[in-house]
Every structure is written in C-alpha cells, then in structure tokens.
Design a protein around this ligand. Structure first.
Ligand SMILES: Nc1ncnc2c1ncn2[C@@H]1O[C@H](COP(=O)(O)OP(=O)(O)OP(=O)(O)O)[C@@H](O)[C@H]1O
Ligand SMILES: [Mg+2]
Length: 272
C-alpha cells in the first residue's frame, strides 16, 4: 500500500504545484512508482509544470463521474516510466468533485502506487479539504513571510480536524516545506528567518527550497526542476526533501549558509 501525501498551503502561489512536480519526479527517479494528482480543478497547472498539457484526454472529474476509467486518465511521464499524472479538469468547477468519488480514486491509486501526491488548491475551501481528506502525510508549503506563515497555521488546524486520520483519532504526519527562501532578503529583514518560521509553526522541517530562476526556467520547458536541472540549488534541496520523506535523516541546509549548518546551529552548540 502506498502513501498518500497532500501538498497544501493556506496562501496561494507559494509553490505547491512546483513542489508536487519536483518531489514526484525525485521519488520516481529512485524507482518508486509515483502518481501526482491535480486537485486544483479549474486552473489545471500541474499538467503544464509536468509538460503533459497536450496529452490530457480525461481528468479526475471524468473518472469520478464514471466517464472514463482511471487507467484512461493516467498519463505516464515521457522521461520517467514510474511517474504518472492524474490531471484536473480545465473547464468544470470544483463542485464536480464528490467526497465518495475522491475516496474511490485515492483508494485505487493507493493500491497501485508507492506514492500518491495530491496537489491541493490553496486555502480552506472544499477543494482543499477534499485533497487532504485521505492523506497519510501533509506537506505544508510556506513562504518566509508573515501572511503565508499565518495562513499555514490555519491549514495545520484543518489537517488536525478535517481529515480522516484526525476523525479516527490518529495523528496526521505533517511536514513544513519552506519555499522561495531568499537568504539576502532574510538577512536584510525583508523576509522571516528560518528560526522565526519554525517558532510559529512547530511542525518538523522537510526542507528549505531557495528562491531561484531555475524553477521558472524548468516550468517554462514543462519539466519538474528535479528533472530539468538536477544540479541546481532548488533541485538539490528537493532531492534531499524527497529522501527525508523516505525516512532518511539528513542535515538541513539553510540557503546561503554552509552545508549542514542548520543542524550545527541547533545541535552542535549543545555538544560544544
Ligand atoms: N523556489 C522558487 N523560486 C522561484 N520561483 C518559484 C519557486 N517556487 C515557485 N516559484 C514560482 O512561484 C509561482 C507559484 O508557484 P506554484 O504555481 O508552484 O504555486 P502554488 O502554491 O501551486 O500556487 P496556487 O496556490 O495558485 O496553486 C510560479 O510562478 C513558480 O514558478
Ligand atoms: Mg498550484
């Protein structure tokens, strides 16, 4: 049985779709069978970031409404044979997603894949709660700015109350992915520092992704950054985050600081 991950955020435009594609590709590159699922009905941008927009025939809504089989809607990545996309509909609205339909689709995907990564719409609307409902693990994508951190706090509250895990009295595994981190702006005080964010949102840190033009370049050529430019700083940060998802304990690097400095800062001092 695979793991179901929801990639979520309170505020929009923080990097959920970018992160879903990058982590999905990173996990699939290691041979794991991965499906990335677009829950953002209406906007449909995961297919663009994956470079599969011209290959979309059926989508999540078609499957839920019985107009297509799951196997007809799944698109296999052209670069990695263990990576698949389940696209969202461009034209229909969010009301076409039913709770029962989502449950059936996620259940089927969980059986067929090692990782089911759901790209959620932002906020606390129905689409977002449906995307998180069946998750085992949540990745809360946050930018180092006050409004994003505050909205993430709300989402953490939802994860702890509106998910199946929460309703069954189980603990929802939550990870913080800090994206678009710019060390120069953090140093100037224009952005929150990592410690400030962690103090407010007390969930474990999965990684810190630097602000980088490489992300835009990758998205322009329709490729997850972990495939477009695997040596770039954001790709390396996403590869590390993927390994942490797989259970590895890796030191976290704050962009602009020495590799491993984050652990050094928090644990090294005690040892010294
Ligand atoms: N690390 C990064 N460096 C630079 N730009 C980034 C980075 N991460 C994301 N972006 C850019 O930020 C914008 C928003 O990213 P993305 O679409 O992934 O966010 P989102 O959270 O999915 O947005 P929405 O809430 O609208 O679904 C995109 O233009 C993307 O290229
Ligand atoms: Mg998105």
């Amino acid at each position: 049985m695979g793991k179901v991950i929801v990639v979520t955020s309170g505020k929009g435009g923080v990097g959920k779709t970018t992160s879903t594609a990058a982590l999905g590709a990173a996990l699939a590159r290691n041979g794991d069978k991965v499906v990335v699922v677009d829950f953002d009905v209406g906007l449909r941008n995961l297919d663009l970031v994956m470079g599969a927009e011209r290959r979309v025939v059926y989508d999540l809504v078609n499957v839920i409404q019985g107009e297509a089989k799951l196997t007809q809607a799944l698109i296999r990545d052209k670069r990695l044979e263990t990576l698949y996309l389940l696209p969202a509909s461009q034209t229909r609205d969010k009301d076409n997603l039913t709770a029962e339909g989502v449950e059936t689709v996620i259940g089927a995907l969980r059986h067929a894949f090692d990782w089911v990564i759901c790209d959620s719409p932002a906020g606390i609307e129905r689409g977002a709660t449906l995307a998180m409902r069946h998750a085992d693990v949540a990745i809360v994508v946050t930018n180092p700015e006050v409004s994003s951190v505050r909205d993430s706090d709300r989402i953490i509250g939802l994860l702890d109350s509106k998910t199946l895990k929460a309703e069954n009295g189980e603990r929802m595994e939550k990870h913080l992915l800090l994206t678009r981190y710019d060390p120069v702006r953090a140093e100037r005080g224009d952005m929150l520092k990592v410690d400030d964010v962690l103090e407010i949102l007390s969930i474990p840190l999965l990684g810190i992704i630097p602000e980088s033009m490489d992300v835009l370049r990758a998205s322009n050529v329709g490729s997850p950054v972990t495939l477009a430019d695997e040596k770039s700083a954001p790709a390396l940060a996403y590869f590390d985050a993927a390994r942490r998802l797989q259970g590895e304990m890796l030191p976290i690097t704050v962009p602009g600081e020495r590799r491993g400095s984050f652990f050094g800062k928090f644990f090294g001092r005690k040892a010294a």
